[in-house]
Design a protein around this ligand. Structure first.
Ligand SMILES: NC(=O)c1ccc[n+]([C@@H]2O[C@H](COP(=O)([O-])OP(=O)(O)OC[C@H]3O[C@@H](n4cnc5c(N)ncnc54)[C@H](OP(=O)(O)O)[C@@H]3O)[C@@H](O)[C@H]2O)c1
Length: 374
């Protein structure tokens, strides 16, 4: 290995799986038991002594949990903009073979390159070459909050998958040579409690419930990054609307039977955000060197659950749907403790991120759902 921080090994190139020619400056090898392209270091033409760009390209972004719904969309956008992307996964071998990005690889501009790399949060190990290559880290990893009922064991996994993965990143950043400029870490508006009369701002304190304390610990776990002289941005994400999964997919399910399922009394406010704005905002945070600290990432116009449900129903089913209220006690029976979040009214302000120069492409729900329905 050279000492200039270039990724020389253990980068799993998606082009291998999609049958595309390897990128210039790479050779094939066997890593993690699979065929992979191994990138040879290329010197930056302007500063050959100490600067290395990956295959001659611009910045490299390491994304933890990059195989998930947001990470996949974000990787696609970064690649289209010419960044290199390294997805850090617990199972890079399986992911490299099956990830939708691999299959879509040919749509990317040739200036971008996608790699998969391994970490093991339980064993606290991380591929050092992936870290050495990264200019930015986007930290998204964590066990799905809504994927299962919240048993005590599941709650522990939701919390620890986030705090321990932050600890692993910190340990690696402290102990391993790296050139990381900034870490952009996800958090969630579950940080806040139920509405209090005025929209939640970044200065409000966390709720005492499970999600509130989880988000608080999650954010605290990544804070020591700042002491390493790296810029840290923490994004409190709203309910992400995307066709690939998450809340929208769940909202759409009853519509297949012509039912617009309004949850509880439907008056609770939902602070949502379009997936494209999530990706744009993460890139904005990477590129704006003045941005640091906590930012809410929710569209400027939260809507009631009823409004969201009926707007979606009109988009998907035209006039062919029946609005139906799902009573709170039914939701509690189905979802258990998680029903608190579904029924909670959360009006969150996006003023701070807008003041930081971010412009939402989808500020209102009609626009967002129309776009997602097309
Ligand atoms: N989607 C939303 O509406 C929303 C709202 C607020 C906040 N967020 C937060 O934003 C982040 C990304 O969201 P997403 O919707 O893209 O999530 P996702 O689809 O569930 O993806 C999360 C990724 O984290 C990794 N992961 C899962 N369990 C893990 C564990 N026990 N230890 C370490 N890594 C684990 C997985 O990658 P590998 O299997 O490849 O390791 C997975 O692909 C999450 O932390 C989420 O809580 C999302």
């Amino acid at each position: 290995m050279t000492n200039n921080g270039c990724l020389e090994q253990a980068a799993v190139v998606a082009s291998e799986t999609s049958g595309r020619n390897p990128i210039p400056g790479s050779v094939s090898g066997d890593f993690f038991g699979i065929n992979a392209n191994i990138c040879q270091p290329l010197m930056h033409p302007l500063n050959p002594s100490n600067t290395c760009t990956f295959a001659g390209h611009m910045y490299t972004v390491l994304i933890t949990g990059g195989t998930g719904m947001i990470g996949t969309a974000l990787s696609r956008r970064l690649l289209n903009e010419g960044y290199n992307v390294i997805i850090l996964s617990r199972n890079p071998k399986e992911t490299a073979a099956s990830h939708s990005l691999g299959a879509e690889r040919n749509f990317f501009r040739s200036s971008g390159n996608l790699f998969y790399s391994k970490w093991d949060v339980k064993r606290m190990s991380i591929d050092p070459t992936a870290l050495a290559e990264a200019d930015f880290i986007i930290h998204l990893a964590g066990a799905g909050v809504a994927a299962q009922r919240w048993s005590e064991a599941r709650k522990r996994e939701i919390l620890e998958s986030r705090t321990r993965s932050s600890e692993l990143l910190l340990k690696a950043l402290k102990e391993q040579p790296n050139k990381v400029k900034a870490v952009i870490s996800a958090s969630a508006i579950g940080f806040y409690g139920p509405d209090k009369g005025t929209p939640f701002t970044e200065e409000d304190t966390s709720a005492n419930d499970f999600l509130g304390t989880t988000c608080q610990h999650w954010e605290q776990s990544i804070d020591p990054v700042s002491a390493l002289n790296k810029r840290l941005v923490k994004m409190r994400l709203g309910i992400v609307l995307a066709n690939e999964g998450g809340a929208l997919k769940e909202f759409k399910k009853p519509l297949r039977m012509g039912v617009a399922a309004i949850l509880g009394n439907g008056n609770q406010m939902v602070s949502w955000v379009h997936i494209d704005d999530i990706c744009r905002a993460f890139i904005h945070a990477m590129e704006q060197e003045t941005m640091q600290g906590v930012f809410n990432l929710t569209a400027p116009s939260p809507v009631s659950n009823r409004n969201l449900t009926l707007t979606l129903a009109r988009n998907v089913n035209g006039s062919l749907f029946i609005p139906l209220k799902v009573p709170s006690f039914v939701l509690k029976a189905i979802l258990g403790e998680m029903s608190i979040e579904v029924l909670k009214s959360a009006t969150v302000s996006s003023r701070k991120i807008q003041a930081a120069g971010f412009q939402f492409q989808y500020p209102d729900i009609d626009q967002a759902l129309t776009h997602l329905s097309n």
